[in-house]
Design a protein around this ligand. Structure first.
Ligand SMILES: O=C(O)CCC(=O)C(=O)O
Ligand SMILES: [Fe+2]
Length: 250
């Protein structure tokens, strides 16, 4: 099992998430899994070239490292409890929504500093390959935790996202980011598992210098707006775009 700790207490973690907004569980993941996942990513980069791509619905690829992590019963228990505590009315689907996000080469620049709120209650992030620097060119995660609550109406959520995910708003946030090492810049380490309330946390990544590869596994769970057809259509469109990018010739 890739998750090493059986002492994770969802109630305590949820309280920490409410209070601090970002939680790191150190050495939560088996080093052997990290090795396998790194090999898996290198294989994909060889096939697809050094560029940006994201693969979704990884739980369907049996026997792969991403599927192992998603299939870990402890992981499901943890995400289920956190999603229930974070937003009791959220819908818990059969399948955990996942993404393997690889940023490499020049095309990664267009995918950086795209601040957003996730669609799901809880986001768990397992770093696989993290470049060591240079600072602000190594894909570091930037988080502004717990900036909003659950919106009762999906439409409000859509309008809010249209504003906060506009170029104008995003550029303003980037310009206002403090110099040096402010606490909202996170330096991630493979082996650790990171948690944040995805729906409530405004977040993005710095670009990745073009000769490096950065890879993260993202797990998202608990849908606060299960009835919204507009949001559903949007997800379908985004997944289609990601699939097209992932399938492009290297
Ligand atoms: O790769 C990361 O550090 C975060 C990516 C992210 O925010 C997402 O895929 O929703
Ligand atoms: Fe995200």
């Amino acid at each position: 099992m890739p998750l090493l700790t059986d002492r994770l207490d969802p109630t305590a973690l949820a309280a920490e998430l409410d209070e601090k907004g970002f939680v790191c569980i150190e050495n939560a993941i088996d080093p052997a899994w990290i090795d396998r996942a790194q090999g898996y990513v290198h294989g994909l980069v060889e096939q697809k070239g050094k560029r940006y791509f994201a693969l979704n619905w990884l739980s369907r690829n049996r026997g792969t490292p991403p599927q192992e992590l998603i299939g870990d019963p402890q992981m499901r228990r943890l995400l289920t409890r956190l999603a229930q505590i974070g937003c009791p009315k959220a819908k818990l689907d059969e399948e955990i929504y996942t993404g393997l996000r690889v940023v490499a080469g020049r095309t990664g620049d267009e995918r950086s500093l795209l601040y957003h709120y996730d669609k799901h209650v809880i986001t768990a992030l397992a770093p696989i390959l993290i470049p060591e620097g240079p600072k602000r060119r190594a894909g570091e995660l930037i988080v502004f935790p717990n900036r909003r609550g659950y919106r009762r109406f999906a439409l409000f959520n859509i309008v809010e996202k249209a504003i906060t995910q506009s170029n104008w708003y995003r550029n303003r946030v980037t310009r206002k980011l403090a110099a040096g090492d402010p606490p909202n810049i996170k330096y991630l380490k493979p082996g650790n598992l990171y948690l944040f309330w995805g729906y409530r946390t405004y977040h993005a990544n710095f670009p990745v210098a073009s000769d490096m590869v950065r890879a993260t596994m993202l797990l998202h769970y608990g849908d606060p707006h299960p009835g919204s057809l507009i949001l559903k259509a949007n997800t379908v469109r985004q997944n289609r775009d990601e699939r097209r990018i992932a399938q492009e010739a290297p």
